[in-house]
Design a protein around this ligand. Sequence first.
Ligand code: ADE
Length: 233
Amino acid sequence: MRFDIVTVLPELLESPLNHSILKRAQERGLLHIGVHDLRAYGLGRHRQVDDYPFGGGAGMVMRPEPLAACIRQMQSERTYDEVIYLTPDGTTLNQALCNRLSLSENLLLLCGHYKGIDERIRQKFVTLEISIGDYVLSGGELAAAVLVDAVTRLIPGVLNDETSALLDSFQDGLLAPPVYTRPAEWEGMSVPEVLLSGHEKRISEWRHEQSLERTRVRRPDLYERWRESEEAP
Ligand code: ADE
């Protein structure tokens, strides 16, 4: 799977995309990430990429020409399943959307800055607008890194133990159960007996009950949805 990310701050993406699971996935050839500096498509001697908003108001808006030139260059090199603009007014990212995106071959991600990108770019090129939550970041880069991370863990072969993505919170619509490691006794607190029993069936039942209880208490919205899906024929 391949992500191409268009940004005015390529350095901001360097570290998050080059460690741990994302690093290993790239080394194994399961993931390719191209980071493209929009400034290379900027206008004039100063490589300008933004300008004042028509109608006035604070902040700058990203001009359409550099973005269009960059997107067209990318699209001349490969076909994209989606052209995604990271923006707080997009569809909120969730596990179902990550699952869907993990089936893509190529995704083009556009990171906005300042007050956002000229609306005409959204109309002409963008096929999907994604927010990572109801808060405003300084730019789309960290949101793009979140998207790449969440989607990459779902690509077959990326995680060592493939079942571990299946056990992530949200993967079955429930939150994950609590986890423990050694020591079995720590500062007067002990690990639930069942986890030490070696009894696989009981352990898996216990984990399921804990998942259900955690979801019911912390995320009643998810719990209701899960119950409805279990009741469906
Ligand atoms: N850009 C700024 N804030 C954002 C958010 N919450 N999600 C995605 N992109 C953003």
